[in-house]
Ligand binder design. Structure first.
Ligand SMILES: [Zn+2]
Length: 74
């Protein structure tokens, strides 16, 4: 059997952000105005930011808007 403990073999390089697939952009479908927005998870860099709080970045001060960018779908 192969060695099941393969977790220690992870690459240390930049990890592509999964919500935007490393593009740094997400399609916002809020209302009728579909448009591209900077990915809140990687701040448009396309690189996964460890422990980045995307919710805090999108939380408008004093507003209860619940707009989440959706991962791009083909
Ligand atoms: Zn991203």
């Amino acid at each position: 059997m192969a060695d099941a403990e393969d977790d220690s073999n992870e690459p240390q390089g930049p990890i592509p952000c999964s919500p935007c697939r490393g593009t740094g952009k997400l399609n916002s479908n809020a209302g009728d105005d579909a448009h591209e927005v900077d990915c809140a998870w990687c701040e448009g860099s396309g690189v996964f930011i460890e422990e980045h709080d995307a919710q805090a970045a999108q939380r408008p001060a004093g507003e209860a808007t619940e707009e989440k960018p959706q991962p791009a779908v083909d």
